[in-house]
Design a protein around this ligand. Structure first.
Ligand SMILES: [Cu+2]
Length: 207
């Protein structure tokens, strides 16, 4: 909430009294929040506690964190943020979906269980997320931390700023298999989906 001029810094200090979960932060300057976010001023903030660490979830080595953002680039590969009337009303949409800043994000994984934190850091786009092989999206957490019970869903919707935690057991896969996180189309105004974004493949024996 404080204006920081170029080259200056401000150190925030605050006590964390939230339960374990995947949180995020971004600046809130009046009328400029959208563009500042678009240009990269946001980040995840992961809170842990003892209760969560007793839940027996995969440890750090088997934890993945994906930030989904749609962006638009010009011929010089620079970010484009347009504010025409429609974008002002509907929010800004990009024509490329990035995962952690990459347009074709691939994770090399082992055939074991993973905990995946997914954050929709897009300005306006909703995602309807599902695995390409039809396995359920096993949700174990949301914005507010872990759920009481895992929930198996054919897909999950993720609105801007929302977070979800997915449990993915790859114990049934073979080396060389690919599993793709897809964003499906759905009805509803401008919120069209786009095809495969995150892609994962078996790790052992591959470069
Ligand atoms: Cu905010």
């Amino acid at each position: 909430m404080y204006v920081i001029d170029p080259g200056q810094q401000f150190v925030y200090e605050f006590e964390i009294n939230s339960r374990a979960g995947t949180y995020w932060f971004h600046p809130h300057p009046h009328g400029r929040t959208g563009v500042q976010l678009y240009r990269g001023l946001s980040g995840l903030f992961i809170v842990e506690d003892d209760k969560e660490s007793r839940a027996g979830l995969p440890n750090y080595e088997y934890e993945l964190t994906w930030v989904l953002q749609d962006r638009r680039f010009n011929q010089d590969n620079q970010l484009v943020y347009t504010t025409n009337h429609m974008q002002m009303m509907m929010g800004h949409y990009g024509d490329r979906i990035l995962v952690n800043g990459l347009s074709n994000h691939v994770e090399e994984v082992a055939n074991t269980a993973y905990r995946i934190r997914i954050f929709n850091g897009s300005n306006a786009r909703f995602y309807k997320l599902a695995w390409n092989d039809g396995r359920p999206m096993k949700a174990i957490g949301t914005d507010g931390g872990l759920l009481e019970q895992p929930l198996d869903k054919p897909y999950v919707m993720l609105a801007p700023a929302e977070r979800i935690e997915i449990y993915l057991d790859l114990g049934d896969t073979q080396v060389g298999d690919n599993i793709i996180l897809q964003s499906h189309a759905f009805e509803g105004g401008m919120m069209m989906g786009m095809g495969g974004m995150g892609r994962m493949r078996g790790m052992m024996g591959m470069n």
